[in-house]
Structure formats: C-alpha cells, structure tokens
Design a protein around this ligand. Sequence first.
Ligand code: ADE
Length: 226
Amino acid sequence: MRIDIISVVPDLLASPLGESILSRAQQKGLVEIVVHNLHDYAHDKRKTTDDYPFGGEAGMVMKCEPVFELVEKLQSERTYDEVIYMSPDGIVYNQHEANRLSMMENIIILCGHYKGIDQRIRDHLITREISIGDYVLTGGELAAAVIADSVVRLLPGAIGDEESALSDCFQDDMLAPPVYTRPADFRGWKVPDVLLSGNFGEIEKWKEAQAYERTKLLRPDLLEEK
Ligand code: ADE
C-alpha cells in the first residue's frame, strides 16, 4: 500500500509516522508513506499556498494551483483509490472506514489548514472527506496521522500477532473485553477464575459476555447500529 500525505507543515508528521509500528511496517515494505510539502508546489518567491477568501470572510483559504499540480502529478504516476481531505465536516471516522481504507492500493490524504480549502479542490479532486471527531484541530496533520496509524496496523504482518488486530475494539461493533496479566492476585484484587481455568471454550464465552456488557454500559449506540 502507498499513502501520500500532503501538508503545509510536514514536520508535524515526522514523529507519528517515524516511530513504532508505522516505522516498522515501512521498513518491512508493507506500506510506503510519502509526505509532500505543499510549499514546494507554490511558484511565487514566498511559496504561498493560501490567499484571502473572496467575499470578505475572516481567515485564509488554501489555493487551488499547488494542490492541483501536486495531486495531478501523483495521479499521472499511479492510480489512486481515494483522494481524502481531512476536515471537521467530513464523515466521522470509525473502524469500518479504517478496514475499508486498509484494502486500498494507493491513497492521497490532503491536510487542510487555515480557514479551509478552495471549494474547487473539493469539487474536482477530493473523493472523500473524513473527520476524526466533532471538534476542530489546527490542521489536518494529526488527523492524517490517526488515519495512517489505524490503517497500517491492519495490514497483514504489521503487528506481530495478526489475531490482535482482528480482536481489536470495534472490529465487531463491540468494545474489547477486559484483559489481565500477572500477578493473579494484586492487593487482593483477583483475576477472574475463568481466565486461569485453562478451559478455552469457557474463556471465549466469558470474553464475549464481557464485551457485550461493556458495550451495553459504555457505548449502547454501537449495539443499536446493528
Ligand atoms: N481538521 C481540523 N479538524 C479536523 C477534524 N476534526 N478531523 C479531521 N480533520 C480536521
């Protein structure tokens, strides 16, 4: 898989993309993540990527030219499944969308800044707008890092035990059951007997029941969506 991320502050992405699972997945060749500095596609001396909005609104707007030039250059090199714009008015991101994106070959993620991007970019380049929640970030970079992280960990081989991505929270519209490690008794707080029983059938049943109870208590909306 290849993920191209377009940003006016690419340094913001260096640490989230350069550590841990994301870094290892790139070293293993499971994913190629390429961060592009949009300023490199501005042609004036000041490397301008934004301008004043028509109509007198406050704030600056990301210009068409650098974005079209870069996206069209990338599209001439390979076919992209989605050109995503990170925006608070996009569809709200969830595990289903992460699963869907993880099956794609090539995606572009455009990180917005300032007051937004020229509507013509949205109309003629963007195929999907994604929000990571109902709040406003300074720019789309942290949101893009969230997408990259959640997608890459789903790629086969990205995390040691493939099972563990499948048993993630939300994979079956349920929260994950509680987990415990040694010691079995800490300050008198004991690990549930069933987990120590060695009876895997009973353990599975217990986990399912716990996941259901947790979901009912904390996120009943997930059960309603079914
Ligand atoms: N850019 C600014 N706020 C955002 C959000 N909530 N999700 C995605 N991108 C954003």
